[in-house]
Design a protein around this ligand. Structure first.
Ligand code: ADP
Ligand code: ADP
Length: 239
């Protein structure tokens, strides 16, 4: 089942073509890695999926629902902010730069969305935070504050926080490129574990080894286009 579909997505920055007619389907449970040179449009594509950028052409669908618009008679009307926020929650995003609230504990960071936005009780949110911190290997840091954690640990908390919102799809925008090299592995391991657990994910990454191991499909972008894609193993096999 196709859960996320980008159809002929086009986007310019001035005269620069960031996305040139890009189409990409993501199936439920699939992990798609997007790789390619810097400036090729990878980040723009997932930012469009998260509705941080508007499209000039084409459309993106999540579960057959058009992102950003609704149909009314024969017209497409822009969704209001509340509807966009709901759609955005269903596509969780983990950024390059982990953005946690420094004055809240790790657990509170994770519980914030579920209690404030999803209406979970504090007890349920706390249980969820415990479960998710176990998954990312940080149960012992539950009551620590983000500045007390390493960059790798903070990014793992950011992943737990994204998961706490129960997104249908998780998007990662170069989740390890802001990290010191020795901390990259622990974050990639968490993403690999989520892949094994069947999470649907789109991961922009420079980590070829990770893409080979964790992704079901690798998409190569160049100059705003998808120039090649295939099963991770065959596409990335050494010549
Ligand atoms: P990638 O993620 O593959 O490195 P991006 O999607 O970030 O590529 O960027 C594609 C191109 O669009 C780049 O050349 C970048 O400089 C340009 N670009 C990205 N965001 C903006 C922006 N807000 N304004 C102008 N140009 C941008
Ligand atoms: P999987 O991701 O492999 O399906 P889980 O069943 O642990 O594994 O998680 C499914 C989704 O349900 C996750 O996105 C998670 O955030 C959410 N979730 C997990 N445990 C709970 C819980 N106790 N209460 C509410 N939501 C949960």
């Amino acid at each position: 089942r196709k859960i996320l579909r980008a159809e002929n997505v086009t986007k310019h920055y001035g005269r620069y073509v960031a996305l040139d007619n890009v189409s990409l389907d993501v199936h439920e449970g699939e992990v798609v890695a997007i790789i390619g040179p810097s400036g090729s449009g990878k980040s723009t594509l997932i930012r469009c999926m998260h509705q941080l950028e508007s499209l000039e052409g084409g459309a993106i669908y999540l579960d057959d629902e058009l992102l950003g618009f609704r149909r009314h008679k024969n017209q497409l009307l822009a969704l209001n902010a509340k509807a966009v926020a709901r759609q955005r929650r269903e596509l969780g995003m983990v950024f390059q730069q982990f953005v946690l609230f420094p004055h809240m504990t790790v657990a509170e960071n994770i519980m914030e969305g579920p209690t404030r936005v999803l209406g979970d009780s504090v007890a349920d949110a706390r249980k969820l935070a415990e479960h998710l911190l176990e998954r990312v290997g940080l149960s012992h840091k539950m009551d620590a504050y983000p500045p007390q954690l390493s960059g790798g640990q903070q990014q793992r908390v950011a992943i737990a926080r994204a998961l706490a919102m129960r997104p249908k799809v998780l998007l990662f925008d170069e989740p390890t490129s802001a990290l010191d090299p020795e901390l990259v592995g622990e974050v990639l391991k968490v993403v690999t574990d989520l892949a094994k657990a069947g999470k649907t994910m789109v991961v922009v990454t420079h980590e070829i080894g990770f893409a080979r191991e964790a992704a079901d499909r690798v998409v190569f972008m160049e100059n705003g286009r998808i120039v090649e894609q295939g099963e991770a193993c065959s596409t990335l096999a050494d010549p």
